[in-house]
Design a protein around this ligand. Structure first.
Ligand SMILES: Nc1ncnc2c1ncn2[C@@H]1O[C@H](COP(=O)(O)OP(=O)(O)OP(=O)(O)O)[C@@H](O)[C@H]1O
Ligand SMILES: [Mg+2]
Length: 295
């Protein structure tokens, strides 16, 4: 049995994804149920009725509890947490993948005006202006900012010094444009190109328009390698255009919404997700037929 879990507070976005994936599991003859995270939190260990869980949530404590009980989470919690925190994703990918040069903000317990000034000057010099600032946890482009001056970097720190965040080089040639490549069942399965004429952020939620994109061999390879490197079972990779045509990895989403990508590309992403999970679950299941298994 597989349980699908979504976050109740963003039900309108995630429940339809669960329903799509459930339909595909049913087509494969796999029993599955859908719970929101609040209902899932009520489950007792003794009443555990599923061995696999498609975790379309980021509630780390709930995920940890289920993993501790031996449930296989798709995606696993470690990968979800690596993707959720943009600082950790950057730290993990840099050196292996081409990402925009990034400076993670150090942990500050109290405001430190002399440090704000020093950090702003050094970061502006390193990354050049304008630069992009991102809160570590954010979606739909809402916590991504373009800062144009040292004064703006200082003001940003005054406001956000206690909030985990990072700064990265602004990739001018990709302003307002990016690619979202969807990965499932071990391969890139669909992609859309997003373009926003009024904002440097291409997010659809901010007015970006998406169109189907046939990914190149290089884009396919980068997206697949990034997801494998992060040990994801499924996910969405944002690629930024580059002057030398070798794309940057902008970010990787473990819980990417795929409704629009499915509509635009005509690809049944939910089917790829369900098929990939079924294969993995079967492969990973312990083989009780082996002799001396418990010795
Ligand atoms: N370094 C950069 N240079 C140029 N544009 C960028 C850069 N970083 C982000 N962007 C733009 O801002 C958008 C939002 O950034 P990012 O994907 O990191 O944030 P997000 O809010 O998590 O998005 P999502 O909802 O896809 O998770 C990107 O899709 C891209 O268009
Ligand atoms: Mg993004």
């Amino acid at each position: 049995m597989t349980l699908l879990v979504y976050n109740k507070s963003i039900e309108t976005a995630f429940l339809p994804l669960c329903v799509k994936i459930q339909k595909e599991f049913q087509r494969l003859g796999e029993p599955c149920r859908i719970f929101d995270n609040r209902t899932a939190q009520q489950i007792k260990k003794d009443d555990l009725f599923f061995e696999n869980c498609v975790f379309l949530d980021k509630d780390a404590v709930l995920g940890q509890r289920l993993e501790q009980w031996g449930v296989r989470l798709f995606n696993n919690l470690g990968s979800i947490e690596l993707c959720d925190d943009k600082r950790k994703t950057a730290e993990f990918l840099q050196g292996t993948f081409k990402i925009p040069e990034t400076v993670c903000y150090p942990l500050l317990y109290a405001p430190d005006p002399p440090f704000f000034e020093q950090f702003a000057a050094e970061t502006a010099e390193k990354l050049t202006l304008p630069l992009v600032a991102k809160l570590a946890f954010g979606s739909w482009g809402q916590q991504v900012f373009l800062l144009h001056s040292i004064a703006e970097i200082i003001d940003f720190q005054k406001k956000y010094y206690a909030v985990p965040h990072l700064y990265c080089r602004f990739i001018q040639e990709s302003a307002g444009r990016d690619l979202r490549v969807y990965y499932a069942d071990g391969k890139a399965v669909a992609a859309v190109k997003r373009e926003n004429k009024t904002d440097f952020r291409s997010n659809i939620a901010l007015g970006g328009i998406a169109e189907n994109h046939e990914f190149t061999e290089q884009e396919r390879q980068i997206a697949e390698e990034a997801c494998r490197f992060l040990n994801l079972d499924f996910g969405g990779v944002d690629l930024l255009f580059s002057e030398d045509d070798f794309p940057y990895v902008c970010e990787v989403n473990s819980n990417a919404i795929f409704t629009a990508t499915e509509e635009i590309s005509g690809v049944n992403i939910a089917r790829h997700i369900a098929e990939g999970i079924k294969k993995k679950a079967e492969k990973e299941a312990p083989d009780f037929s082996k002799e001396n298994f418990f010795l």
